[in-house]
Design a binder for this molecule. Structure first.
Ligand SMILES: C[S@@+](CC[C@H](N)C(=O)[O-])C[C@H]1O[C@@H](n2cnc3c(N)ncnc32)[C@H](O)[C@@H]1O
Length: 319
């Protein structure tokens, strides 16, 4: 995620504020599935007929997408740029359209931010769980291999992928010979079943609420990726103690989450994602590395190490 490190003048403020225009243009193009039809050159008229859209409106949008560099225009015909073709065409390996659909949902909830500042309560607008979980796969699919290799599990390790979502990381652990339990809410497991399929028999899908239900025991690794920012500090401290009890002696808790320094203001990606948690959860926020490592030590983990991975932190806590 790119954010400027500091806003210096009014031009930059205008640019940031108008950012929602470009955001809206891309989200609408994605909602309408435009990129799916732009791998071959097509005119605005041809595409408007195919998708039953208003030709004038579509031409204006296509020109703006061309201005943004997402598509190309030549002699009145439009086609995808390399990036759009690789990431925004449904069915392609590196597809990111689901996470864009999730962002479109967030758009509606973020529009409640003024009121949220008065109540402190999250938006009450509906959530689309399906685009959220598929979006998690979009985001993790390019990272999972590198992250799991950094963790370095051994073959036959018993791994608990806690709140594992669509199962992208579970599959990567399974590819390394681990025996994986993906534990998540029933509505998420329904989607994970599709991604994990029959190709990964060493991944077991378990439905439950990890705050209330037993999570099993005898694990070498518990992987908690993008989980802690959903909950309050109190809930997280309780969860980390529960995780420690589920691990074998010498086992590791691995936390993967947003990076936030002690000032809670940098990097901007962490501070801004905290606002996303304010909008979407009753008590979540991004926690500093010091807070999370502190909870691990309080729970009794003896060796706690941290690595920065891009704008995230990877915490490894050994029992
Ligand atoms: C932000 S996603 C992270 C998915 C995955 N770990 C990743 O990093 O891509 C959070 C996941 O936690 C799951 N989750 C949230 N609360 C839960 C709970 N109380 N019990 C079990 N799973 C939960 C959600 O269903 C979702 O799959």
């Amino acid at each position: 995620m790119f954010y400027p490190l500091s806003v210096k003048d009014i031009t930059e403020i205008h640019g940031l504020v108008r950012g929602f225009w470009t955001s809206r243009i891309i989200l609408t193009a994605n909602n309408l599935g435009l990129f799916d039809h732009l791998d071959k050159p097509v005119s605005a008229r041809g595409l408007a007929r195919r998708l039953r859209l208003d030709e004038r409106a579509l031409e204006i949008l296509l020109d703006a997408l061309t201005g943004l560099g997402l598509i190309r225009k030549s002699k009145g015909f439009y086609r995808n740029s390399r990036t759009a073709s690789r990431h925004l065409v449904r069915g392609k390996k590196h597809y990111q359209g689901d996470i864009l659909r999730h962002q479109d949902q967030l758009w509606k909830r973020w529009s409640d931010l003024d009121g949220i500042l008065q109540t402190g309560r999250p938006s009450e607008k509906g959530k689309d769980h399906e685009s959220f979980i598929r979006g998690m796969h979009n985001l993790a699919s390019d990272k999972a291999k590198g992250l799991v290799s950094l963790i370095g599990p051994a073959p036959n390790d018993r791994v608990l992928d806690l709140g594992g979502g669509p199962g992208t990381y579970s599959i990567e652990f399974a590819k390394r010979g681990c025996l994986v339990t993906l534990f998540d809410l029933p509505q998420t497991i329904d989607i994970a079943r599709e991604y994990v399929g029959d190709n990964h028999p060493s991944v077991t899908l378990v439905e439950g609420d990890f705050l209330k239900d037993p999570i099993g025991k005898g694990y070498d690794i518990v992987f908690a990726s993008n989980i802690l920012h959903i909950f309050s500090s109190r809930e997280n401290q309780k969860l980390i103690k529960k995780i420690r009890r589920s691990l074998l002696a010498g086992g590791r808790l691995i936390i993967n989450d947003f990076l936030l320094h002690e000032n809670r203001t940098s990097p901007p990606s962490g501070a801004i994602f905290s606002v996303n948690m304010l909008v979407n959860t009753p008590s979540g926020r991004v926690y500093t590395t010091k807070e999370m490592t502190g909870w691990c030590r309080q729970a009794g983990f003896r060796r706690v190490r941290t690595n920065r991975v891009d704008e995230s932190v990877l915490i490894q806590a050994e029992k």
